[in-house]
Design a binder for this molecule. Structure first.
Ligand SMILES: Nc1ncnc2c1ncn2[C@@H]1O[C@H](COP(=O)(O)OP(=O)(O)OP(=O)(O)O)[C@@H](O)[C@H]1O
Length: 231
């Protein structure tokens, strides 16, 4: 049984069968409910790999990941899909939005799949989230008609739709301008403070990292430092 919301013990990831590439070397750490954490480090240090394992999108070679007292390697595919839906929200660089649907439909789709056709309440929530991320004027536009930054904000609204206790973000403001980056960051912070959502954000943006509560720095697949930010 784990004590923290997230507990990671001796996590190892090796890619490749014949030529083995050890990308994560025995990572152990704990993250408590409500923490706002940045994962930083040079390109290739294993940040995305780590986030993918944490999100149960890929399997660890060795080690344990406990989330909400559940050892995730114990779950079969079906259980894992359900677990992900209930516990984890994702905002990734490649948004995985569905091009043939509108912004609003994309925000509602995960919930739709899980719980069936959206109720009036759900539709209103999707609308509110899109307003929150500054997209009230494009809610009914097809994804293909939106800019990169707008798509990123749709992905964020979608991740917030099911009120997941944990939100994993890989460069959520990666190709956005400074003003939009600041706005999205403030939004994540508000959600963190209001709902107690735990955020784990991979970022190259030092300004964003400096505004989190804790910075975990990976170098060559190992934790080089793990610092709480003094406010
Ligand atoms: N699916 C994969 N198959 C094989 N090797 C991979 C795979 N994904 C990542 N790697 C390798 O693992 C290492 C770590 O990659 P990862 O994407 O986790 O780093 P990162 O810190 O997120 O980098 P960046 O900041 O550039 O996004 C790299 O050497 C990469 O080439």
């Amino acid at each position: 049984m784990a004590k923290s919301l997230i507990e990671i013990n001796n996590l190892v990831k090796v890619y490749g069968q014949e030529v083995k590439n050890k990308v994560l070397h025995s990572i152990s750490l704990e993250i408590e409910k409500g923490e706002f954490v940045a994962i930083v480090g040079p390109s290739g240090s294993g940040k995305s790999t780590f986030l993918n394992l944490l999100g149960a999108l890929d399997q660890a070679t060795e080690g344990e990941i406990w989330i909400n007292n559940q050892l995730i390697s114990d779950l079969d595919d079906l259980e894992l899909a359900k677990f992900r839906n209930q516990n984890l929200g994702f905002v990734f660089q490649f948004h995985h939005l569905l091009p043939e649907f509108t912004a609003k439909e994309n925000v509602m789709i995960p919930d739709w799949i899980e719980y069936g056709a959206p109720t009036v309440d759900k539709k209103e929530r999707a609308q509110k989230l899109l307003e929150l991320v500054g997209l009230s004027d494009v809610t009914d536009k097809l994804i293909t008609k939106l800019s990169g930054g707008q798509k990123q904000r749709v992905a964020l609204a979608r991740a917030l739709m099911n009120k997941s206790p944990i939100l994993l973000a890989d460069e959520p403001t990666g190709n956005l301008d400074t003003a939009t980056t600041e706005k999205i960051y403030n939004l994540l912070r508000d959600i963190n403070q209001q709902l107690g959502t735990t955020f784990i954000i991979v970022t190259h943006n030092q300004d964003i990292a400096a505004k989190t509560d804790r910075i975990i720095r990976l170098v060559d697949g190992q934790i080089e430092s793990d610092k709480v930010i003094e406010k």
